[in-house]
Ligand binder design. Structure first.
Ligand code: NAG
Ligand code: NAG
Ligand code: NAG
Length: 477
């Protein structure tokens, strides 16, 4: 009797509690594990594993050479995003506060108060795209972990012969390279020799030189039509509607996009703090926005178009050449370190054959278990570390591959532990012969190739500008 009563009370209580939690709007401030999968703006710490010796070098073998390519770390938002922050966020904040005061919207008190406490502070457009302090930490600590997992190879003083660095022509990749060098060499890292960047760079920013990619994907809005359809579709309409209801204001897609960027950038700049603008979204909303981003990258860099990954042979060629030379001569640098952009890393991930879904991503098949998930395989500071080891037994030379410090199984290898050099070469040796101009159909449309063409147009534009400047100057005087 008593037990039955107890059970009934328990059931009533549970139903009541479930009822409450279903009705209660989502409150970010009370969330212990907020959703932080923000596609390419995911802070590295939420996406990484951790280098360890066993994952990098098999038992009984010795690391001989590493080839490590990284995306720059967390940066400030780009120019147009920062302009949107400056122009739109204070206005949205004011509207949200007004709505909240008049009892509109569904924000919990703490979320509303966090949004009210937000301010632009010193943030302004001169910071556009520069590496944030968190980005420096990401790269420095990445190098520290690599070195402490491979002390015999990487705890070694710098010389031009022992370590090669290369970064693209941008502040954020240069600062990333410096931070990484400081992780390896301490204070000396700030002065070690690194070659001047190339612009364009045929090795680590190869896609800038690929006519076919530029024409068919980069300059072609149709290439990412799936992302566009999804952006204009019912899932996104629901997000806009729910965000409007939560905030108590009418929002457009543009508002939602700016608040999403504010949410994820502020989280990346200070990952341990709560990011107030994230309160505009439920985790379900964030998953819809994440899929939209995954679609974009899938079609701009990933498996969506063959030319995306076919253009990525120069870095794989470079990797194979370095390792083959070392296997044959036992000579070469201890470390090769490259610092580039998401456009390079995403394409290399696809060229290696990682995270390929059997069904292509499309606007109408949001698969929560998809493999192509840029929050995991393309966050800030995404990096792929190849380690070449020499084993004294029948294994011979060995290659391990870690993506974001997590061992990955390459299609050509038997397991996550890696590949014998033979197996690795059997699968990836083909990229040692990389006819980039043929793949990219360079010189097909214009005998000069894309780069000289853009140089040519830049020159014309400069001449025209100069002409008008001289013209106005002559009128003034
Ligand atoms: C490294 O190479 C650069 C460029 O060739 C040269 O200027 C520099 O002096 C070299 N540094 C050392 C320590 O040899
Ligand atoms: C939102 O738009 C609707 C329809 O245009 C309008 O009736 C409503 O008053 C607006 N709400 C707010 C909070 O501005
Ligand atoms: C080392 O890393 C591998 C692969 O990333 C992981 O599976 C393993 O658990 C790690 N081992 C230790 C001792 O942390």
């Amino acid at each position: 009797m008593e037990a039955a009563l107890l059970l009934r009370t328990f059931i009533c209580l549970s139903v009541w509690l479930i009822g409450i939690s279903a009705d209660e709007p989502y409150c970010l401030a009370e969330e212990l594990t907020p959703y932080v999968k923000f596609s390419s703006k995911t802070p590295y710490r939420f996406a990484r594993g951790a280098f360890n010796t066993t994952a990098l070098v098999p038992q009984g073998c010795e690391a001989k050479q590493v080839w490590h390519i990284s995306r720059h770390g967390t940066r400030y938002a780009g120019f147009s995003d920062l302009k949107d922050f400056v122009n739109k966020l204070p206005k949205l904040q004011w509207l949200i506060i007004k709505a909240n005061e008049t009892g509109k919207g569904e924000l919990c008190a703490q979320d509303a108060s966090n949004l009210e406490g937000w301010s632009l502070g010193a943030l302004n457009v001169t910071w556009a795209s520069i590496l944030a302090p968190e980005g420096e930490r990401e790269l420095r600590e990445l190098a520290v972990r690599y070195k402490s997992s491979l002390p015999d190879l990487l705890d070694y003083p710098f010389s031009n012969e022992s370590f090669k660095f290369r970064y693209t022509d941008s502040q954020r990749t240069e600062a990333s390279a410096r931070a990484y060098a400081e992780g390896l060499f301490g204070d000396a890292g700030s002065t070690i020799y690194m070659p001047k960047p190339l612009d364009p760079d045929p090795l680590i920013k190869f896609y800038d030189l690929c006519s076919k990619y530029i024409k068919e994907v980069d300059d072609n809005p149709e290439a990412s039509i799936e992302a566009t359809i999804f952006r204009e579709g019912p899932e996104m309409a629901m997000v806009i509607q729910e965000v409007s209801r939560r905030l108590g204001i009418n929002t457009t897609f543009g508002d939602v996009e700016t608040m999403y960027d504010a949410c994820r950038y502020y989280k990346a700049w200070d990952p341990v703090a709560l990011s107030p603008w994230c309160a505009a979204f439920t985790p379900e909303n964030l998953k819809v926005l994440e899929y939209w981003q995954d679609l974009l990258y899938y079609y701009e860099d990933g498996y969506g178009h063959a030319i995306n990954y076919e253009s990525a042979c120069p870095p794989i060629q470079d990797l194979v050449q370095h390792f083959r030379k070392f296997v044959e001569t036992e000579q070469g640098p201890r470390g090769i370190f490259y610092f580039t952009h998401s456009g390079a890393l995403n394409k290399i991930v696809a060229r290696l054959g990682l995270y390929e879904d059997s069904v292509p991503l499309a606007h109408d098949n949001l698969d929560p278990d998809r493999l192509w998930r840029t929050s995991n395989n393309g966050p800030f500071a995404t990096n792929i570390a190849f380690t070449l080891s020499k084993c004294e037994d029948e294994r011979g030379w060995w290659v391990s591959t870690l993506l974001n410090e997590e061992a990955v199984k390459l299609p050509g290898c038997l397991s996550k532990e890696g590949c014998s050099w033979q197996d690795f070469y059997t699968f990836y040796g083909q990229y040692e012969f990389c006819d980039f101009d043929a793949i990219c159909e360079n010189g097909k449309d214009s005998p000069q190739g894309p780069n000289e063409m853009s140089y040519f147009w830049d020159l014309i534009a400069k001449e025209i500008r100069q002409f008008w400047e001289d013209f106005w100057f002559s009128l003034d005087h």
